[in-house]
Design a binder for this molecule. Structure first.
Ligand code: NAD
Ligand code: UD1
Length: 332
């Protein structure tokens, strides 16, 4: 019996693969490398000293994806594969909806055919839109997403809930990630965007390495402690561990389970930049610019449901996140 990890060569997928292999799980990874590199697979073997099966397949390619189900006894799926660049999704909505939603539907069709009834899904805090209250609980209203990427997450959540409703043996965990940063301690795995990064930490790393001249801080007139946006940054290894806990849960229980995976702490842009500079002893030049359209002021989780029901708590703090991000950047 194996776990199928879609998008397992990507940033969060690869860190989760390490945790799963270290726990002794049998894995089959599927990825088309649209946003990752084959070298990651060797790094995973190097870190864990364990092996897994790998298929270079696009989820949209039903015929080849079916071979994965034919050749392996898949008991659960952890579904990371998807496109995630918010700005690009606004420019290319059809590609984003097709890849993320159709890809998930093809996967679900095959899961049904091969009687695999468990899936952990990578959702996002973006489904809450501009939150009514902080900290955000799982009971907060979802909707009002501001871009096709976010809307694809919202739709997939709904599709998975409908599948669960139709089949009482089906179990789904919807994991709403807050802002993953950080990297594996080995320095071998981390976030390695192909294009100019949109997210804060990859951009800080680019400036610290001299690849970009200066960080644009998008607005300092938000109603926050220093006027800059506040987010719940979570170490990617903590996030990865949350998937194992969620998997344990859905192996025991049918139905839909929803969890926020965050630390519960909000940090402003300037706090993150200052922490990064201090712990790594390196300068990061920045300037204040206009707000980025679509941004919200404050977003952080109430992670107490995951603590109560999964026994999961994020352990790393923001200093560790900044150190590990930099360690990966200098090693790559
Ligand atoms: P990533 O781009 O590093 O990883 C996604 C992986 O999926 C990549 O390796 C990519 O090549 C693969 N992929 C994409 N489309 C595919 C397809 N059609 N067939 C096969 N493989 C495909 O992204 P990540 O940061 O690791 O994110 C993983 C998941 O978590 C995504 O679904 C993302 O939307 C979600 N998520 C990420 C964040 C974040 O900040 N990183 C936040 C919330 C949710
Ligand atoms: C973004 C996505 C969100 C996604 C999340 C995690 C948008 C509008 N939202 O959220 O859908 O789920 O990433 O992948 O893109 N910032 C700067 N300068 C920069 C980059 C960012 O000041 O160069 C600020 C932002 O204004 C924000 C904070 O840093 O206040 C974090 O930004 P980012 O890393 O892009 O994440 P989110 O905006 O939370």
């Amino acid at each position: 019996m194996s776990i199928l990890v879609t998008g397992g060569a990507g940033y969060i997928g690869s860190h989760t693969v390490v945790e799963l292999l270290e726990k002794g799980e049998e894995l089959v990874i599927v990825d088309n490398f649209v946003n990752s590199k084959p070298e990651v697979l060797d790094k995973l073997r190097k870190i864990t000293n364990k092996d897994f099966k790998f298929y270079e397949v696009d989820l949209l390619d039903e015929e080849n994806l079916e071979k994965v189900f034919q050749e392996n006894d898949i008991e659960s799926v952890i579904h990371f594969a998807g496109l995630k660049a918010v700005g690009e999704s606004v420019q290319k909505p059809i590609e984003y909806y097709h890849n993320n939603i159709t890809g998930t539907l093809v996967l679900l069709k095959l899961m049904k055919k091969y009687n695999c009834k468990r899936i952990v899904f990578s959702s996002s805090a973006t489904v809450y839109g501009d939150p009514e209250i902080v900290p955000i609980t799982e009971k907060c209203k979802v909707g009002n997403t501001t871009n096709p990427y976010g809307t694809s997450k919202l739709f997939i959540e709904r599709i998975l809930q409908d599948v669960c409703f139709s089949d009482k043996e089906f179990s789904v965990a919807l994991l709403r990630y807050f802002n993953p940063i950080g990297a594996h301690k080995s320095g071998l795995l981390g976030e390695d965007p192909n294009d100019i990064p949109n997210n804060l930490m990859p951009y800080i790393l680019g400036v610290a390495k001299g690849k970009y001249e200066i960080l644009n801080v998008f607005g300092n007139d938000y109603p926050t402690k220093d006027g800059t946006g506040v987010r719940d940054y979570i170490h990617v290894v903590d996030l990865a561990k949350g998937h194992l806990k969620a998997l344990d849960k859905i192996r025991k229980e049918a139905g839909t389970q929803i969890y926020n995976l965050g630390t519960g702490n909000g940090y402003s842009v300037l706090e993150l930049v200052e922490t990064f500079k201090r712990v790594n002893n390196i300068d990061v030049k920045y300037r204040i610019t206009d707000r980025r359209p679509g941004d919200i002021a404050v977003c952080y989780a109430d992670p107490s449901k995951a603590k109560q029901e999964l026994g999961w708590v994020a352990e790393y703090g923001v200093e560790e996140m900044c150190k590990d991000s930099w360690n990966f950047a200098v090693n790559n």
